[in-house]
Design a protein around this ligand. Structure first.
Ligand code: NAD
Length: 426
């Protein structure tokens, strides 16, 4: 048995995120005849750093936190990927997210590899002072890996522009000069890009429009349900509402709300700011996150966390289009069911790539110290997303595969080609 066959056969049957993404890589590498060397390299992460570090809390006690920085593959350029602060995040989750970053950068054809970082913590339970100390110490711990030419972090769940500013400042203090290009998603005052905050949700909206056009569904009047009311979900919901879509359901970690006549998003935002959740909004009915997934709608945007559409609820999905705002929101088993039910899925590595595209624009602007207008950023984003969507759609039609498989085929071929051309050192 070849190395490849042995490794793939011994694959754990436990469905964690990393195993799932490895299985997808296995299937595509076999299908498009990627060399055994490239395949075996792609199914592992190049560099993995785990750190356990102390933080002195406000009450004087010291807590030890665990964090990770994983670089999956940097064949096409510096590794790039967000930093997640979440209590349940694991090493395997971080690995899977790093792989998705490599694939995502390749699908939209920007010169980056993939990485991801995480700290197992609940940022909502930390004071601002504790959050800053944790961020600065974590940055110091991973600073042997990160850098503007090596590995460039960005925000993800639980982190935001302020956290990026602390990372930039900590890294710059150790270097002795300001290094704008070490992170993206920074505040505008600190070299952030206009349009970056909204970029992922904007990318989802562009994909929803293109998918709708392909299927003959206009955004104007389309019924939309969005899971996750954060950066990605809320931005996508607002932009779709601007296009005339009716946002009939939204949710956050505490639950969801539904109004078939459409929600007034401004009022929901105010309600969430006052109460901490979208639930109990007076002009809507409370629903569970599971009910939100099964709402009667045209477009469903899962924009919260992984594995929200699974074997147990995939048959309840009534949407015609799913735009995967979150990373890995659909399990492999659920994807099969959705495919059988002829639901058109714009996969995560395409649908939520708007964030990394504008992160790339931010990095370019920082390196050149020349900043673009928001119109310019949005125009360039539109062009990149449009090209990527049509390249994936073309493969999907030519090879008679779904959009997810087509996106993986496009990405893996691009990465493998670069690996082949570069060869193996030494
Ligand atoms: P965020 O922290 O701003 O928002 C996350 C939202 O999801 C919150 O409203 C939270 O309450 C909700 N949520 C959390 N757990 C939930 C659960 N179990 N059920 C329902 N809702 C839940 O995060 P974000 O930046 O919007 O990221 C959302 C997803 O998009 C993540 O999967 C992230 O990896 C992905 N993503 C984000 C970006 C970006 O630029 N922010 C880029 C690419 C992908």
């Amino acid at each position: 048995m070849s190395d490849r066959k042995q490794i793939v056969a011994s694959q754990s049957k436990v469905a964690n995120s990393f195993v799932m993404v490895q299985q997808q890589i296995d299937a595509i590498c076999e299908k498009i005849k990627i060399s055994e060397t490239c395949h075996l390299r792609l199914r592992e992460c190049e560099r993995e750093l785990t750190v356990h570090f102390p933080v002195k809390m406000d009450n004087g006690q010291v807590r030890v936190f665990t964090g990770y920085r994983i670089q999956h593959n940097d064949s096409r350029g510096p590794a790039k990927g967000g930093i997640r602060y979440h209590p349940n995040v694991t090493l395997d989750d971080t690995r899977a997210l790093a792989v998705l970053m490599t694939l995502k950068s390749a699908v939209v054809n920007i010169p980056y590899g993939g990485a991801k970082g995480a700290v197992a913590c609940n940022p909502k339970a930390l004071s601002q002072n504790e959050l800053e100390k944790l961020t600065r110490r974590y940055t110091s711990e991973i600073s042997l890996l990160i850098g503007p030419e090596k590995d460039i972090p960005a925000p993800d769940i639980g982190t935001n522009p302020q956290v990026m500013a602390w990372i930039m400042d900590t890294y710059s203090m150790n270097k002795g000069y300001s290094v704008l290009g070490v992170v993206t998603g920074k505040p505008i005052e600190l070299g952030g890009s206009r349009g970056r905050y909204e970029a992922t949700g904007r990318g989802c909206t562009i994909c929803a429009r293109l998918a709708g056009k392909h299927l003959g569904i206009s955004l104007n009047g389309a019924k939309v349900a969005v899971q996750g009311f954060g950066n990605v979900g809320l931005t996508a919901a607002k932009l779709l509402a601007n296009e005339g879509s009716r946002i009939i359901g939204v949710s956050d970690s505490k639950g969801g709300i539904c109004n078939p006549n459409g929600l007034n998003l401004e009022k929901v935002v105010r309600h969430k700011a006052e109460t901490g959740s979208v639930i109990d909004f007076k002009d809507a009915e409370n629903i569970t996150n599971a009910e939100l997934i099964g709402l009667q709608c045209d477009i469903l945007i899962p924009a919260a966390i992984e594995h929200q559409i699974h074997e147990g609820n995939a048959t309840s999905v009534k949407a015609k289009i799913i735009v995967e705002g979150a990373n890995g929101p659909t399990t492999t088993e659920a994807a099969k069911i959705l495919r059988e039910n002829r639901i058109f899925i714009v996969p995560d590595i395409l649908a939520n790539a708007g964030g990394v595209v504008v992160s790339y624009f931010e990095w370019v602007q920082g390196i050149q110290s020349f900043f673009w207008s928001e119109e310019e950023v949005n125009h360039q984003l539109q062009t990149v997303m449009d090209n990527a969507f049509h390249e994936v759609l073309e493969i999907s039609q030519r090879e008679k595969v779904d959009m997810s498989e087509a996106a993986y085929m496009l990405a893996i071929k691009r990465i493998a080609d670069t690996m082949e051309i570069r060869g193996i050192f030494p």
